[in-house]
Design a protein around this ligand. Structure first.
Ligand code: PLP
Length: 400
């Protein structure tokens, strides 16, 4: 009898069975397998800034090699607080308001685990960065998806329907996850949109958990606004950010969550038992990175602007409807012109026959059918990489 019970016991948790491996990370493996140009996963193929590599090397040489304070090295927390004042006018106390984590990925899951109870709901705009789906499942919360609609023309703005967003809020709503500048759409939420979201958060006593890791990657004069800076949101916001994208060090795994002290206390506890702490010497390098001059950020955005235009031209010449991103480093496209039944078969064709790896659109939607005629390309790559992709994409043929 005992044996039967043991046999019947499921060894995999129901939670883990409810999501798959990351499609984005799988596409990197596929690109390597087939020798395709990897425009799938969002990591730069060019070097990180010399000054911060030097700072990391110096920290290791100075023997900053043991656990940092679990919620983050003081030097990094002070630098984060200082820069949030400079960039968004926010008054952050580095002693009580900041938790440094292993990337913004950990900051997001630690936050959700710290705030969600089973049965509570999280509002998520879709298409969404694919981590948010499994994050919601792991935290026990129920996601409610609200559409971001593609512009009718490639150069218009992605937008949401205010009535649909309002309808997604109810007394069970614990939080909305906001990602601006947005992956995968490139949307930069406007002040008006953020105020609308703010009003719903205040009305329903819900949190805005905002992923701002592309805050410095902006084009065409768009402005990044932290929702925490809007009146009434200081205690209703968890602001998540990190080093990965701003300093081109996605492998370092340093990110942070900024929130009012009571929320931070809960996030710090979860973080401590998840990972103890982020890499100590790389946190020191983080403090150096956050001390780079303003010109660093101007050059970062200008460099990405040129890469955006380069890939946009290549994609449009190849027959894609390519939506113009206003921020972040991705281009979402419509693939209807190529006559494929869905994004997975198109992606397979692109990887194996054309030699370019995108991310299939379905991985950004709850219902895969919603992304069946979309794929996303990343342009955080050297000009030579983008040009090679452009050359290969010329072999694509729109269907008659
Ligand atoms: N959030 C968004 C919106 C992303 O696009 C990514 C990476 O692509 C991450 C978070 C991961 O960030 P980190 O490297 O800080 O964990």
């Amino acid at each position: 009898m005992a044996d039967e019970i043991l046999q019947a016991k499921r060894l995999i948790s129901e939670k883990a069975e409810r999501f798959t491996e990351s499609v984005i990370r799988e596409m990197t493996r596929q690109a390597m397998l087939h020798g395709a140009v990897n425009l799938a996963q969002g990591f730069p193929d060019f070097p990180a800034p010399e000054a911060i590599k030097q700072a990391a090397a110096e920290a290791i040489a100075a023997d900053i090699n043991q656990y940092a304070i679990t919620w983050g090295a003081r030097s990094l927390r002070q630098a984060i607080a200082r820069q949030m004042k400079v960039w968004q006018g926010l008054d952050i106390d580095p002693e009580t308001d900041i938790t440094v984590c292993c990337g913004s990925t950990e900051a997001m899951i630690a936050t959700l685990l710290a705030v969600c109870n089973p049965g509570e709901e999280i509002v998520i705009f879709e298409p969404f960065y694919e981590n948010y789906g499994p994050d919601a499942i792991l935290s026990g919360a129920r996601p409610r998806f609200v559409k971001l609609y593609a512009p009718a023309e490639g150069d218009g703005e992605w937008h949401f329907d205010e009535a649909e967003l309002r309808a997604a809020f109810n007394p069970r709503t614990k939080a909305i996850i906001l990602n601006t500048p947005n992956n995968p759409t490139g949307k930069v939420f406007t002040r008006r949109e953020l105020e609308f979201i703010r009003d719903l958060c205040v009305e329903y006593n819900a949190l805005a958990i905002t992923d701002e890791i592309y805050e410095h990657i902006l084009y065409d004069g768009t402005e990044h606004i932290s929702i925490a800076a809007l009146d009434g949101m200081r205690d209703h916001t968890v602001t998540i950010n990190g080093m990965s994208k701003t300093y081109s060090v996605t492998g370092w795994r340093v990110g942070w969550a900024v929130a009012a002290p009571a929320l931070t206390g809960a996030i710090r506890k979860v973080h401590d038992f998840l990972t103890v702490g982020a890499p100590a010497p790389l946190q020191e390098a983080g403090a150096a990175a956050l001390s780079l001059p303003p010109s660093y950020y101007q050059e970062l955005a200008a460099g990405y602007r040129a890469r955006r235009d380069r890939l946009l031209t290549a994609l449009r010449q190849a027959g894609f409807v390519a939506y113009l991103p206003r921020g972040a480093y991705y281009i979402m496209t419509d693939i209807s012109a190529f006559g494929f039944p869905d994004d997975l078969r198109f992606t397979e064709h692109l990887v194996k026959e054309i030699g370019v790896a995108p991310v299939p659109g379905s991985s950004f939607y709850n219902d895969p059918r919603d992304g069946a005629q979309q794929v996303r390309f990343a342009f955080c790559k050297r000009d030579a990489t983008l040009d090679e992709a452009g050359r290969r994409l010329k072999r694509l043929r729109p269907s008659a």
